[in-house]
Ligand binder design. Structure first.
Ligand code: NCD
Ligand code: ZN
Length: 366
């Protein structure tokens, strides 16, 4: 009894010490979901990710999409050339799943080590998803093969039925599609990506052990009011769309719980400013630049700085059966809020950098 009290007191003091810290050191983080695009945007955004992160899973939704190992290898080379010399960074490549994906070629690409995972976009769900999957039944043989070889499936979890309210599309996807896949192939290693709802947190927590979820910094930082605060805010428009505050709180709750099924996937999704500020603006938030600072602030505000490392640097690596990064990064809490650059410039064009609507005191030491 007395010993228990001592241990509890020590735990309390330890946690308190960490929460009051002005400096933390954590294992270098990984980003398990990025969009690097191509051409000049790629050149500009790759260093924003490689500055802090050790590895990223790279999304294949280019135009045309990455459909083969050959295309993935070419794309990887282009990314590698854009990595600044002093950054040690590994891009992990994906293939875009279609109803015509050849399971034998996929198997070969995975076993050769060229391709890390497969991305499932329901057709029409999001940016460049026109070639995505219309009928899940058609891809079941490919998913069976993936389960057998242990290849991860990454899912954009939204139905595309225009009759379903945009705020319900994730929940309905879980009920109508994900649950079916999980029941049919429980051995399949699935990441439900960029989750946005309480229903997703519950489904993943209670679901089979091969089912995990990634969470973005912007879904932890904002709710749907932020799309309309004082006027329409195209830079806060992303898919899945921001949800009500109750959902945001559920996401924060699972992220700071340390539960190993939840980890960071930033979904950093650059679009040119003009393409977002348009009559039909693109979905996506470009958050790579200050992602770690924003997360440290959110975890700190929730007395959970001691969990940050699990969320950014441990849980994902374990799910993907990767070693933890050897390097560490140091984060420092300043006495006044840090000033964010608002724009990443590309020649004469701009990309708007995500900035939350609360002060951020943390930054990564360089
Ligand atoms: C992403 C993009 O722009 O490629 N957009 C987004 O809003 N998240 C696609 C995606 O991940 O849905
Ligand atoms: Zn994405």
């Amino acid at each position: 009894m007395l010993n228990n009290i001592k241990v509890n007191t020590l735990n309390f003091i330890f946690k308190d010490l960490i929460e009051n810290m002005k400096e933390i050191e954590i294992i270098q983080p990984d980003d398990w979901h990025v969009h690097f695009r191509d051409k000049e945007i790629l050149q500009a955004v790759v260093p924003e990710t490689t500055r802090h992160f050790g590895r990223s899973i790279v999304m294949p939704n280019l135009l045309p999409p990455i459909l083969s190992a050959k295309a993935a290898i070419e794309y990887k080379k282009t990314i590698q050339k854009a990595i600044p010399k002093d950054n040690d960074f590994t891009p992990l490549m994906t293939i875009y799943l279609t109803e015509n994906t050849d399971k034998n070629k996929l198997k070969e690409a995975y076993l050769d080590g060229h391709v890390f995972a497969v991305k499932l976009y329901p057709a029409g769900a999001t940016t460049n998803s026109a070639s995505g999957v219309k009928n899940i039944e058609k891809i079941m043989p490919v998913l069976e093969t993936m389960a057998t070889i242990g290849m991860p499936l990454l899912i954009h979890g939204e139905v595309t039925d225009k009759n379903i309210d945009i705020f319900d599309r994730e929940k309905v996807f879980i009920e109508q599609k994900l649950d079916f896949i999980c029941r049919e192939i429980p051995q399949l290693r699935i990441t439900l990506e960029h989750i946005t709802t309480r229903e997703a947190t519950v489904y993943v927590k209670e679901g089979n052990q091969n089912l995990v979820a990634s969470i973005t910094p912007h879904h932890l930082a904002m709710n749907r009011n932020d799309i309309f605060s004082g006027g329409i805010r195209p830079h806060n428009f992303c898919l899945p769309i921001l949800k009500k505050e109750t959902h945001r709180k559920s996401l924060v709750e699972v992220a700071i719980s340390g539960n190993s099924k939840f980890f960071l996937g930033t979904d950093t999704a650059p679009h040119l400013k003009n393409d977002k500020e348009s009559e039909c603006g693109c979905a996506g938030v470009f958050n790579a630049t200050y992602c770690m600072a924003i997360l440290a602030q959110i975890f700190d505000d929730n007395d959970a700085l001691h969990i940050l490392e699990k969320f950014t640097s441990i849980n994902g690596a374990k799910h993907y059966k990767q070693h933890l990064n050897k390097k560490k990064i140091k984060m420092i809490k300043k006495n006044s809020p840090i000033k964010f650059n608002s724009i990443l410039s590309i020649n004469d064009k701009d990309i708007v950098i995500f900035k939350p609507n609360f002060p951020v005191y943390w930054e990564v030491e360089h």
